[in-house]
Design a protein around this ligand. Structure first.
Ligand SMILES: [Zn+2]
Ligand SMILES: [Zn+2]
Length: 510
């Protein structure tokens, strides 16, 4: 159906199908669904389950609209509601049977209640006899709201009672019904330490809003009540101060185009989850994180050259001064070190980094120097869960805090975009297993070729992250047998980690 409306290439279809493959592992053995021989599944609680549901819903509505018209049929997730005029019992029953068979064709089993005059749908009760609608709650369903003293941005807490009033008013036919329903919600608000009551807001006809689209730049700092600084206010003051009306950039950066809205800090559940993950990860990383140099005493990082996710510091000492260079690496440091070494030894790469430029200058002036590498800090690189790259942020913090007179890094590095995000984009992953394997071998041979013949490498620091990351994530380990494997087993043997497709919607949105 979607193909009727827009162009979808075969590769897109492949990507979408691939990203929907679900795998379940237990102690290293893959599990499969009964009676299925493919991996296609939308799991409960999957990242985009609701969006998939919405798409399926649209398709179903499209099918139903062809039979019954689209005016009186609605669908929300897995609940639908339809109204028919001038139908008697037997006619309604025929429609019911027809609908069930329509859904069967789509492979869905549904239940339909028909001949109703009163029905509950989501949080509203509709009554056709009186033409009124009421708020509805399932029995034993008690509303719970965030506590007044919880660590949320103040405007969220402030506007909560008003937004509840608005919702209850909207689903109440008149004030009388609202007054009947309100006490239960007021009770819930009270138990969350709110003093405000609810008040009826009469339904107002929607005004004709001017829908001019503006390009607004949002700044979303996390909110925490432990921070005393008024970050939003300070930020907006900075905008006023640095882009006054006389500024050339005032047109782009002014109070109408730059806005602040707080985001939330991770909740306790995700903090605990992160903590557990970190504890579990240190066991494995300690074994890995060491040194694989043949001569241990020549290790560039004092026996830590395999450390990953670090910000490193290179101090170049000459007789009269000492310059510092800050860099970061997500893969083990030694890979990055190799690139640096190459740019320091081969004159044609002398412009690869600020560090190599400096060294070559020293060499041309015949000044003796020593380079001392060390770990400045450790931080986690971008992950799909946190949506934050602490590695890049920490590097920038260290660059800012280092004495400018001795620093080799240039200012523009402070505004560079995070490269660690790239590998999570679905268009940077390959759609099929086979494709990936080919890609993988290709990358490896490419890497070998590059290592032998380094002139393909343009920039040691800005080395493309994808090649390195791919090599890291698609490591095939011990293919033991050649027998026919189930699709799931193929995955374990090849150790292919499927990219979590949380970004799939961005493709649709385009
Ligand atoms: Zn080493
Ligand atoms: Zn980053």
């Amino acid at each position: 159906m979607a193909k009727d409306h827009t162009h979808i290439s075969n590769q897109d279809v492949q990507i979408i199908m691939h990203s929907r493959k679900s795998l379940l592992f237990d102690n290293g053995t893959p599990w499969m669904k009964k009676g299925h021989n493919d991996l296609f599944d939308v799991t409960m609680g999957s990242y985009d389950g609701a969006e998939v549901c919405e798409l399926v819903g649209l398709y179903i509505l499209n099918t139903l609209a062809r039979e019954y018209g689209k005016e009186y049929i609605g669908l929300y997730r897995d609940d639908g509601l339809a109204a028919f005029k001038n139908t008697n019992g037997s006619k309604a029953d025929r429609i019911r049977k027809h609908m069930i068979s329509l859904f069967k064709e789509l492979g869905l089993n549904i239940t339909i209640d028909c001949n109703l005059k009163i029905t509950n749908f989501l949080d509203v009760t509709f009554n056709l006899n009186t033409g009124k609608h009421y708020p509805y709650r399932k029995p034993n369903d008690h509303p719970v709201y965030i506590h007044r003293n919880s660590n949320h941005p103040p405007n969220i807490i402030r506007s909560l009672p008003a937004s509840i009033s608005r919702r209850i008013s909207a689903i109440s036919h008149d004030e009388e019904i609202f007054k009947k329903a309100a006490p239960a919600y007021e009770e819930a608000l009270k138990s969350s330490n709110y003093t405000e009551g609810l008040s009826y807001i009469a339904h107002q006809p929607t005004k004709n809003n001017r829908n001019r689209k503006r390009n607004i730049i949002w700044f979303n700092p996390p909110f925490s009540s432990n921070v005393a600084t008024n970050i939003g206010g300070t930020f907006l003051k900075l905008i006023n101060k640095h882009f006054p009306k006389t500024s050339k950039l005032h047109k782009i950066f002014n109070r109408n185009t730059v806005k602040v809205s707080y985001s939330c800090m991770p909740n306790i559940a995700s903090i605990i989850k992160g903590h557990n993950k970190r504890i579990a990860a240190t066991h494995t990383s300690k074994e890995k994180e060491a040194c694989n140099c043949r001569k241990k005493d020549t290790c560039p990082l004092n026996g830590n050259c395999q450390a990953s996710n670090i910000i490193y510091k290179a101090e170049v000492k000459t007789i009269d001064n000492c310059k510092t260079y800050i860099g970061l690496t997500e893969p083990p440091f030694k890979l990055r070190y190799g690139n640096h070494k190459m740019s320091l030894n081969h004159e044609k790469h002398q412009n690869a980094t600020e560090l190599s430029k400096h060294i070559w200058q020293l060499k041309q002036n015949n000044q003796p120097f020593t380079i001392n590498w060390s770990i400045a800090s450790r931080a986690k690189a971008y992950s799909n869960e946190s949506k934050r790259c602490n590695l890049c942020l920490t590097e920038k913090l260290i660059i800012i805090n280092t004495d400018k007179r001795t620093l080799l890094n240039k200012r523009p590095e402070l505004i560079s975009k995070c490269r660690h995000e790239n590998k999570f984009y679905i268009n940077n992953s390959s759609p099929t297993t086979k494709h990936r394997q080919e890609n993988h071998t290709q990358l490896r041979s490419e890497h070998r070729r590059k290592a032998k013949n380094p002139n393909n490498r343009t920039d040691a620091k800005e080395n493309t992250p994808t090649a390195e990351h791919r090599r890291k994530s698609y490591k095939p380990t011990n293919r033991t047998d050649a027998k026919e494997n189930t699709p799931a087993e193929q995955y374990t043997n090849n150790r292919i980690i499927p990219v979590i497709p949380t970004r799939i919607l961005y493709i649709h949105g385009a």
